[in-house]
Write a new protein. Structure first.
Lengths: 329, 400, 285
């Protein structure tokens, strides 16, 4: 592993941010804590996606599939008497196992085909949850056992839990970025055939990244399910979320360390702002923002070479910025 | 002596000064409403129901809490038909907007999810659109439902139809795989079996189903006397049209819940004739309401003047949910959640919506089920006997 | 009775094919997953509804007008916005069209509200050998068939069509041959939009329309393209028929609640096992 000064600095910065977040738990009110928990959850999903979609360059739209699997695995475990922490572990395990099982056939696909296959996972997951009444309660949804404690305590608990998971995702990303595994993923993105020719076991790397992503998404889903204490198929296997996550990471910068977090925060802030001020047009304006992001900074905040962009804009507005080549998969 | 006189004057001035009363808080009702997303149609209607209540109460001078009157204020947010957003918004309404009471969102699942939050904070929440008993099965003390249970509706239907339709033996049921339609279909199967009817078909279709030809072909081959279909407007319009395409005939066809709404008739026009349905309320039931409106008919007039159409049970239930809170507060003479919750649990509210009594589970346990049929383009009340406007037209489709 | 199920499946399949033809064309030629497609169909449907119900124009006039309107709109959108991301990885194009879809959907919700609307007609059904075939569904199949034939003819036998194929085969070579790439892309997208508009009019006759239908239509188009082969127009017909029949079989054997699930499961199976679709054609043909 290659742990140098820059990594240490990044770790320090990240730790500081998370420590500040944890301290805020004392002062924020319950609503703000809930927003914070959602934000942390989205950051987890973004970091998880980043392994497969950012570093590895495979356009995965399966985030919600694993999120839903985690939510339901957790619910079923809890309803069968498992304690909270055990249930969360079970959920993570379920996510990983299913990622491995589905990943093996699906990771042979590339580009469009992989994207379609991954989005099919979400749909199939939702349909199964809807129809397998015995296991999932069907369309009616599942009520989870309510966690004991005052609303203040409960809000803080889930906030800190989700924050911890987010920190774990951050740390994993930092760690992997510096190892051979991360390097391998980036090689796969650049040229999969060449990587394979050089002797890398490309397939194993792909499955590993997919499984890692699946485990993190599933754990996020499980914490969410315990927090809301009620899940239904359309909510747990949400198509909109699964498309929003890549947008968030793109906004921040795919294949970077801080990109997913910044993208997630920016997007949520933007969304809240839009929603609060343009109540009737919020989805339309959100769409406009997405279009604007793709149009002007498709490489995201961290991926764009801002100096080049600005100089190009100053020179001739029609020239397509060549930084797009960076993100070509 | 002069000090006492000054104090007395000051006190009197405070009491008489209207702005002092208004500078006091308003009574805030928090409502997450689906203004966008798949539930938008129903969400907007719920909002209209709430608005009518709030306007009427404030026109009266507000809610009388002990000595003073408090204006009613609706604090609403769009939860975009997304459950997790509804949950977040309830947190916001309680923590940030500091609402006194809550009005549940439209969807059954959303009601259940937000009820969890209401229960945690001990804030009473009244649901206008939840009729399925399973929503109230969590033993929550703070969830109250204005709609009485599905089984009351289906029992009333089965009782009426077995009396008035000759040779009613075989029933075919198909339901949408969503909380309410599925539950009411299950209730019907129970009610039908209890009365000795034979259920020849009992299936569920997925919510994205746009084509019913295969289900209907199967149903047709079984030659049932009574076809019972559940779903929402979108699906039931399609079902009716495809029944026509496939030439389905039966003695009786009942659909829940679309035909109660005008959109159903607008979308199928002449095909709506003879379709039967049910409802939790109809303006012709003409309940008396001494607190607001006077009667059901008067309520409908007010609604129609404002929104240019008749109120259905959806909007009326929304108005009623807000009204029961106001009435409970006046009875409790306080806005403290514990006091109001106690009144909600115990009192029977006589409203334009009918008598409402929140039972043990929190759901209204007064049976005011209505059986209706579309005749000559209008909804006609068939049962109960006291409110009957017409007789059942047997035979489907209607003979020209 | 089995025959009636088959007929049902084929008729439904015809409608589905109608939905998918435009989507498949755009995907195949431009390599863009057009998330806007569902909304374009709904827009076409509303156009027809509005024209027929409010303005009183007869259907056979409203439909071509809707097609023209959507062609123009599609052309403009492509030229203005989508052209920028041609050739980019799927995520970029998908999210761009997704963003556009949010905008259009919001507009539709505001213009038309969420209340379902229908074009109420009573063309009835014809009875052949005891099988009932509703006339409007035959209409839907006809629309799909005509569209496909037109497009097929256009692509094979007209200069513009050959230019489109050339661009798909090799963008740079085509440019060197003097073909104006941006123009071709805009044209193709416009044609895709036109077909969506025609499909929309057919849908208006069959289903009650709300802005929410766009998701449903897009979902079906997706599955059909996967089944029939990305970018293959005859594949869209085959895919549509297969989906219609599979849903029917699923409904009867597994129960109606699984009817839509089998579609998605089949999609997943096909993409993993035969990525180029059941028609076996790779890329655009």
């Amino acid at each position: 592993m290659n742990f140098d000064l820059s990594s240490a600095m990044k770790l320090a910065i990240g730790s500081a941010v998370f420590a500040a977040g944890a301290l805020l738990a004392v002062t924020l009110d319950n609503y703000q804590l809930q927003v914070g928990t959602s934000l942390a959850m989205l950051c987890v999903l973004c970091w998880a996606w980043n392994f497969v979609g950012g570093y590895m360059g495979y356009p995965s739209l399966a985030t919600s599939a694993f999120f839903g699997i985690g939510a339901y695995a957790n619910a079923v475990a809890q309803l069968h008497g498992a304690s909270l922490s055990v249930a969360w572990m079970v959920a993570g395990l379920a996510g990983g196992v299913i990622a491995a099982l589905v990943g093996v056939p699906m990771l042979r696909l590339k580009g469009h085909y992989f994207a379609v296959g991954s989005i099919a996972m979400v749909e199939v997951g939702r349909e199964i949850a809807n129809n397998w009444d015995g296991l999932t309660g069907g369309a009616v949804g599942l009520n989870l056992p309510l966690m004991a404690g005052s609303p203040d305590y409960v809000s803080r608990f889930f906030y800190l839990a989700m924050l911890a998971l987010a920190f774990l995702s951050f740390a994993l990303t930092l760690f992997i970025e510096r190892t051979r595994f991360g390097f391998g993923l980036r090689c796969i993105r650049q040229n999969e055939d060449a990587a394979s020719m050089v002797g890398m076991d490309v397939f194993r790397y792909k499955v590993a990244a997919f499984v890692l992503s699946g485990v993190l998404c599933a754990m996020a889903g499980s914490i969410y399910a315990s927090m809301v204490a009620f899940i239904e198929p359309k909510d747990a296997f949400n198509i909109i979320t699964t498309i929003e996550i890549p947008v968030m990471v793109m906004l921040g910068g795919m294949g970077t360390l801080f990109g997913p977090m910044i993208g997630g925060v920016f997007y949520v802030v933007l969304k809240e702002f839009v929603w609060a001020n343009f109540i009737n047009w919020h989805s339309g304006i959100l769409g406009a923002i997405i279009v604007a992001v793709i149009y002007f900074i498709p490489a995201g905040v961290f991926g764009t070479k801002w100096s080049i962009l600005i100089s190009r804009l100053r020179r001739s507005p029609e020239r397509k910025p060549s930084k797009l080549a960076e993100i070509k998969g | 002596m002069r000090v006492a006189y000054a104090m007395f004057t000051a006190a009197t001035l405070c009491l008489l000064n209207p702005t002092a009363g208004q500078a006091q808080e308003t009574l805030r009702l928090g409502a997450p409403i689906a203004l966008t997303g798949p539930l938008a149609d129903a969400g907007v209607k719920s909002k209209q129901g709430y608005d009518v209540c709030v306007s009427a109460v404030n026109a009266k001078g507000g809610v009388k809490v002990g000595g003073k009157s408090m204006k009613l204020e609706l604090v609403e947010y769009d939860y975009q038909s997304e459950t997790n957003r509804a949950v977040q918004l309830v947190q916001r309404l309680i923590n940030v907007d500091k609402v006194n009471f809550l009005l549940a969102p439209y969807g059954s699942g959303d009601t259940k999810a937000t009820a969890v939050v209401a229960e945690r904070y001990g804030t009473p929440m009244v649901a206008a659109a939840a009729a399925t008993a399973s929503i109230f099965d969590q033993n929550f003390q703070n969830l109250f439902g204005v709609l009485f249970s599905n089984s009351m509706i289906t029992n009333a239907e089965v009782a009426y139809y077995t009396k008035t339709t000759p040779d009613l033996k075989r029933v075919a049921v198909f339901a949408m795989n969503s909380l309410f339609p599925k539950a009411i279909a299950a209730s019907l199967v129970e009610s039908a079996k209890a009365k000795g009817l034979e259920v020849v078909y009992n299936e569920i279709y997925s919510p994205d189903t746009s084509d019913f030809s295969n289900i209907l072909t199967q149903v047709k081959s079984l030659k049932p006397d009574w076809i019972y279909a559940t779903g929402y407007t979108q699906e039931l319009v399609q079902v009716r049209r495809q029944m026509n395409d496939l030439g389905i005939e039966a003695k009786l066809v009942t659909m829940t819940a679309a035909p109660a709404y005008p959109e159903f008739r607008e979308n199928v026009k002449a095909l709506a004739e003879n379709v039967t349905t049910n409802s939790w309320w109809h303006q012709n039931a003409n309940y008396k309401d001494d607190y607001l409106f006077g009667s059901s008919l008067k309520y409908n007039e007010i609604f129609r003047e404002r929104f240019k159409r008749d109120a259905t049970y959806l909007e009326a239930a929304a108005t009623a949910s807000c009204e029961t809170i106001a009435m409970a507060i006046e009875e409790a003479k306080s806005i403290a959640p514990d006091a109001v919750r106690k009144v909600l649990r115990e009192k029977t509210f006589n409203t334009f919506y009918g008598p409402i009594h929140f039972g043990k589970t929190g759901q209204n346990d007064v049976n005011a089920a209505l059986v209706l049929q579309i005749q000559k383009g209008d909804l006609v009340v068939l049962a109960p006997e006291a409110l009957k406007q017409g007789q059942l037209n047997v035979g489907f489709p209607a003979k020209k | 009775m089995l025959a009636q199920y088959v007929v049902n499946g084929v008729l439904t399949g015809g409608i589905y094919a109608c939905l998918a033809v435009g989507f498949s064309l755009v995907w195949g030629v431009l390599n863009v997953v057009n998330m806007l497609h569902g909304s374009m169909v709904v827009l076409g449907a509303y156009f027809c509804l509005y024209a027929v119900q409010q303005l009183g124009t007869p259907l056979y006039v409203a439909m071509p007008l809707a097609c023209l309107f959507l062609f123009a709109a599609g052309y403009a959108v492509q030229k203005g916005v989508i052209n920028r991301v041609i050739g980019q990885p799927i995520l970029i194009t998908l999210t761009l069209t997704f963003g556009l879809e949010l905008i259009v959907n919001n507009l539709l919700l505001h213009l038309f509200s969420a209340t379902p609307r229908s074009l109420v007609t009573n063309f009835g059904a014809i009875e052949v050998f005891g099988l009932r075939i509703p006339v409007v569904r035959i209409g839907g199949m006809l629309v799909a068939a005509i569209l496909t034939v037109l497009v097929y003819w256009l692509l094979r036998h007209s200069k513009i069509g050959r230019a489109i194929i050339a661009v798909r085969m090799d963008r740079h070579a085509a440019a060197l041959m003097g073909i104006r790439i941006k123009q071709i892309y805009a044209l193709t997208f416009g044609i895709g939009a036109l077909m969506a508009g025609a499909a929309g009019c057919a849908m208006a006759l069959i289903y009650p329309i709300t802005p929410m239908m766009s998701g449903l239509f897009l979902g079906k188009a997706f599955i059909i393209c996967v089944l029939g082969g990305l970018g293959s127009v005859p594949g869209a017909i085959i895919g549509g028929l297969v989906l219609g029949l599979v849903e029917g079989v699923g409904s009867v054997t597994l129960g109606p609640q699984w009817a839509t699930s089998v579609g998605f499961m089949l999609m997943m199976l096909v993409i993993i096992v035969f990525p180029s679709g059941l028609a076996g054609k790779r890329g655009y043909e």
